[in-house]
Structure formats: C-alpha cells, structure tokens
Design a protein around this ligand. Sequence first.
Ligand SMILES: Nc1ncnc2c1ncn2[C@@H]1O[C@H](COP(=O)(O)OP(=O)(O)O)[C@@H](O)[C@H]1O
Ligand SMILES: NC(=O)c1ccc[n+]([C@@H]2O[C@H](COP(=O)(O)O)[C@@H](O)[C@H]2O)c1
Length: 203
Amino acid sequence: MKRLVVGIGGITNGGKSTLSQSLHQLIPNSFIIAQDSYFKDDFILPVDSKGFKQYDTLDALHMDKMMMDVDSWRADPNLFLRQRGRNITPSSNNSEIFVLIVEGFLIFNYRPLNQLFDKRYLLEIPYEVCKRRRSSRIYNPPDPPGYFDGYVWPMYLKNRQEMERIASEIVFLDGRRPKEELLADVYEDVCQEIDRLRVGVTT
Ligand SMILES: Nc1ncnc2c1ncn2[C@@H]1O[C@H](COP(=O)(O)OP(=O)(O)O)[C@@H](O)[C@H]1O
Ligand SMILES: NC(=O)c1ccc[n+]([C@@H]2O[C@H](COP(=O)(O)O)[C@@H](O)[C@H]2O)c1
C-alpha cells in the first residue's frame, strides 16, 4: 500500500479549499484533512491588547487532534477511508496509491506535520486581493471591524516568516491565477509523484 501526503498551505482566502476540493475530485482514493476543522471553541481563545480574538496562531488549533487523524490515515489509509464510508477504487494489481491532501493556513508552521509532506504547495495573493476576498467571507464568528488590518494581516506576515524558518521544498503558486490553471498545474505535478511511487510498486 503506497501513500502520498500533499500539503496545500498559504494565506487566508488564497484558494486552498477550492484547489484541494478539485484535486480530491480528480484523484482516486484521496482524502482531505482541513486545518479549519480543528479550531478551538471561541470562548477558550484569548484576545490581544486590541481586543481581537487570537485565531491566527497554532495555539488556536487542536493540532494534537489533527495529528491523530493524520497519523490514523498514515497507519492504514484503506481502513481510514472505509471507516469514513468512502469507497476504495481498486487498481488492477492491488497496488492502490492513497493520497492525503492536508490543507490549511498554518500547516507548514507546525514541525511535526510539516515533516510528513511529500509535496508542499503554497498559495499566495497580495494584500489587496486578500482583503477583498476576506471581506466577502463570513466566518463563525464573523470578523469584527478592523480585524483584517489590525490582526489578520500582521499575523500573516509573522506566521509567514516563521514558516520560512521551518519549511523548505515549497512550490509557490500565485492564487490570482485562474482556478482551472492552478488545478491543472498541481494535478500534473501530483500525478508525476504518483507515477514515481507506482514504479516502485510490487504486487
Ligand atoms: N484562483 C482563484 N481565483 C479567484 N478567486 C478564487 C480562486 N481560488 C479561490 N477563489 C475564491 O476566493 C475565496 C476563498 O477561497 P478558498 O478556497 O475558500 O480559500 P482558502 O481555503 O485559502 O481560505 C472564495 O470566494 C473562492 O471562490
Ligand atoms: N473556522 C473558524 O472557526 C474560524 C473562526 C474565526 C476566524 N477564522 C479564520 O480562519 C482563517 C484561516 O482559515 P482560511 O485560511 O480558510 O481563511 C484565519 O485567518 C482565522 O482568522 C476561522
């Protein structure tokens, strides 16, 4: 049983979920683990000196739970998918390749997770595009007035610097490019990895 772990990271509203969902639809026996699903409850999170809830840090996330899920997939992807009611697409010689797509804004900032990736993609968009996209998205709880400039953007800059110290071998992607183009590029790249793995497969 062969496994490939792909990371789709990057800035808030960079297009991570969109790209991950489309990739998942194209790749048989793939599964998405999204970091957004592991936010701690709002009432637990502290506020900073300006009164902003501190969502944009690893401390706001149940990274322990996320790692348990990633580890459970790694231990037996076949069982992991079946336990979640997913059908396995069989390959001709019993040599299925399982692909885990991990997506999130701080996936490369967390060393234990970062070290598991076979491929890392990072979506980037400039300040104006990010601010515009974020303003039309409603989080739970919604962003309070001034949150983007007063908290989200400064935290993005800080987290990005930290990520550069931790992660390497990253494929940078311009999130302003058409979705279809981004998908085509990443899909082709992941297929090459899958083919490489397949060469080593014995029955
Ligand atoms: N390549 C793209 N070009 C233009 N808009 C995009 C692109 N990818 C995503 N979007 C839009 O940007 C917003 C955020 O996308 P999403 O995939 O949820 O980002 P993320 O998961 O990184 O926060 C959505 O409105 C989505 O439709
Ligand atoms: N999902 C949630 O519980 C929640 C709540 C408030 C803010 N957020 C925001 O989510 C962002 C990260 O997710 P995206 O990369 O999908 O935008 C962070 O910038 C954070 O401020 C998420």
